[in-house]
Design a protein around this ligand. Structure first.
Ligand code: HEM
Length: 165
């Protein structure tokens, strides 16, 4: 394997590890943690908020790695002449889905606000509605991330990379 192939492999592995970290955390939040908070007391909410705060750091760096390695992979593929019209369309849908998912996390804009919102969720109708909206948002976020994930796997399967050959 030459240097360029090793670099491509490292980029792909970094992208894949960041994707698993990002999506895995999102799924755990939407499937397990969030539903448990519906009728939970203040102590449980505070614990969940601390857990979220701890994960936000990992999610932030996973997002940075996804963007940096994603742009490098994209540049490499298009530069090598591998960008057919279908490839570019699928990639565009994937990048838009990923951008939507990143936007919904609010990771670059409201990291602290979101955590505060979880801890201070009071009682009453307004708080139930807020809770409901956050659940929907969590599902949209995971759904868009899943689209980006599946399209990434589809692209690298339909258009083999040649790494290792
Ligand atoms: C939620 C965010 C994202 C997830 C879950 C995700 C997931 C994945 C996965 C699983 C792969 C397949 C890796 C492989 O087997 O080689 C992949 C490939 C790729 N991703 Fe992402 N990705 C995300 C965001 C991005 C972003 C933001 C970009 C671009 C700026 C990007 C660009 C690419 C490119 C160019 C490939 C390689 C496609 C090819 O084989 O030509 N991804 N992605």
């Amino acid at each position: 394997m030459d240097g360029a192939s090793i670099a491509r492999l490292v980029l792909r592995l970094a992208h894949a590890i960041a994707a698993v970290t990002w999506l895995g955390g999102g799924m755990y939040y939407a499937l397990a943690l969030r539903p448990q908070l519906a009728g939970a007391g203040d102590e449980a909410k505070a614990l969940a908020a601390r857990a979220q705060r701890a994960f936000v750091r990992w999610a932030f760096w996973a997002t940075v790695v996804l963007i940096v390695t994603g742009i490098a992979l994209m540049y490499d593929r298009l530069n090598a002449g591998g960008g057919t019209v279908v490839y570019v369309i699928i990639l565009a849908v994937k990048v838009i889905a990923a951008a939507g998912a990143f936007f919904l996390t609010g990771i670059f804009t409201e990291r602290r606000t979101k955590i505060r919102a979880i801890t201070s969720a009071g009682r009453g109708r307004a708080s139930v509605e807020r809770h409901q909206r956050r659940i929907e948002r969590a599902w949209m976020l995971v759904g868009l991330g899943m689209v980006a994930f599946v399209l990434g796997i589809a692209l690298s399967s339909i258009y083999p990379t040649g790494v290792g050959h």
